[in-house]
Design a protein around this ligand. Sequence first.
Ligand code: C2E
Ligand code: MG
Ligand code: MG
Length: 689
Amino acid sequence: MADDEAARLRAMFDQAPGFIAILRGPDLIYEVVNRAYYELVGQGNLIGRPVREALPELEAQGYIALAQQVYASGKPFVGHEMPVKFKMAPDAPMVDRYLDLVFQPLCAPDGSVSGVFLQGQDVTEQKRMRDALRQSEERWKFAIEGARDGVWDWDVRTNGVVYSRRYKEILGYSDTEMPDRYEEWVNRIHPEDRSRAVGALQDTAEGSAPYHSEYRLRCKDGVYKWVLSRGIVVTRDEHGHPTRLTGTMTDISDRKETEETIWRHASLDALTGLPNRRLFRDRLEQELRKAHRQQQEVALLFIDLDHFKEANDLLGHDAGDQLLAQVATRLLQCVRDSDTVARLGGDEFTVILTDLRGHPHVERAAQKIIASLAEPFQLHGEVAHVTASIGITLYPGDATEPEALIRNADQAMYAAKHAGRNRFRFFTKSMQKEAQLRVRLARDLRQALAAGQLEVHFQPVIELPSRRITKAEALLRWRHPKQGFVGPSQFIPIAEESGLIHAVGDWVFAEAAMWSERWAEKLGRSFEISVNRSPVQFLGQSNANWAHVLKEKRLPRHSIAVEITEGVLLNASTQVAEALFQYRDAGIHVALDDFGTGYSSLAYLKHFHIDYLKIDQSFVHDIDHNDGSRAIAESMIAMAHRLDMQVIAEGIERPEQEAILRAAGCDFGQGFLFSRAVPPQRFEQLLCG
Ligand code: C2E
Ligand code: MG
Ligand code: MG
């Protein structure tokens, strides 16, 4: 062999990935050794030495005999992960190695064996790693099988999934029951959660973020269970495609249940099951965003029940609750599934109408709601009547922000109440100013009584046949230091809302009683003054019991009459009947004010002790032009008389009206034709002068 050829061969040997040695003759003398071999055995001086002498530690390990056997038999030996110990230096301790090795017999040209070619690889590191991995896998397997969580292992290429025993157990299966397939998982996911759960897994497969998804899985019994699944990609192929994903599955149904209960408590109204104020706000924002994207209109309706407070206090709170629940049901029946009905609290409801098809659509919905709620409610044997006032505002025409829309709808609702309830109103800009004024008035009204800004005026009530002043109605006046005169129609509702009506009403009553006493003295007979009493004053804590007060003051009977409206009688309970009975007992007449504007029939009224019927101004107004109004007024008078009630006509402004009413047998009249309400001193002149 030429020198340079031998050198090339040497270099090749040295660069070969494994170790190589050639042993010659039956004594196995080192002839060629590459660098890897030197490094493996830790000896620098081998060439020309027999193995037994160069590496005596191999003798006891059986490797010398093995090589001799290959030499003798001419058959190769292949070994995997063969354990070998080398003494790396004369005094050093032995070092453990694992080798994949081949002993190949070398043949002379005549076919006889002349040596052994030794070649192999040091696989110590690989073996250690594999051992470690196996150990850790065993530990891991042990850990997961004992754990609360299930484990899954997905081989992407075969679509096989190993589900752990615990995984199957969570779903109610035994270890042998659930096939190890990917589809088993997919088909078990709740249809509503499926695309989300599978999509998230795909995201993990394509990206690097770990898998984390909560979804429902169908159990053996068909019931769905909330689980949390987590996972990672464990291996990828050379193109980066995932080949194996592994993860865990945790039963989170308990947590979900708690979460759901908490959510329900926080978002739904317990009484009606409707979304509460909070959820309503969320939904509103959501719908507005959607409408913005799709360039659509949204209508927001505020619904407030009329006279609910009365019904609630008079019929009892259980009945009130039932009533609200029934209102909720009716509201839901009036709108489409895609619309939102919510309860803000008390007797306040809202409706969000989406996907509008023009204003008539909104108007129809509002009308439907009003008609539906005006139907009587059956509450365990009792019948209740409520009506609804509705305020409507439109997005984006009136406003674009949720707060502004809510304010608008509230103001429009107030306008509907003010216009006489049981109706709806669309928001207008002028309502905003009125609302601001209302807020100011409510603030100022608190001081008005103490500041002496309130006055009671008296309007004469005329006995029609004689045209003499026989009674008076006490009407409240407020001289506001800045606004000037503010009418009762404007501030009585505010007083009712704030509860001030109790103090104010009792004060009016005391004033009326005082003047009645004085004028009775002057006239030498009792003089009846009627005092308006709002429905709210029949509820809760009206401070003074008027019947008692009169008895204490020893005022003559029929000094005071009380004017009530139909709203009080509509949901009348024993409480109202009791009050009316007390009045009768104390010689207080009861007048039914504004008759004809509400719902009650005369027949209904005969259940109560009503002394006077006051025909509302709206009938008197056109009685001399409109045959219909005239006929109604005439029959009211006739029927009232048959029920032993006397009739007072309100709002007489023209002699023609007076003539018609007198001819129809009306007992009393009241109106600008005779006199407006005037201060007490002026009234005294009219009465005695
Ligand atoms: P009401 O009890 O029906 O009182 C009659 C109203 O009609 C009074 O209005 C009176 O000034 C007005 N009026 C009388 N004659 C005529 C007429 O010929 N033509 C016209 N156009 N109107 C006439 P006012 O004083 O503005 O009171 C409005 C309402 O405020 C009253 O209606 C009553 O419901 C309420 N109110 C007034 N004072 C009190 C009070 O002290 N307590 C309560 N709770 N309500 C009161
Ligand atoms: Mg009145
Ligand atoms: Mg009236």
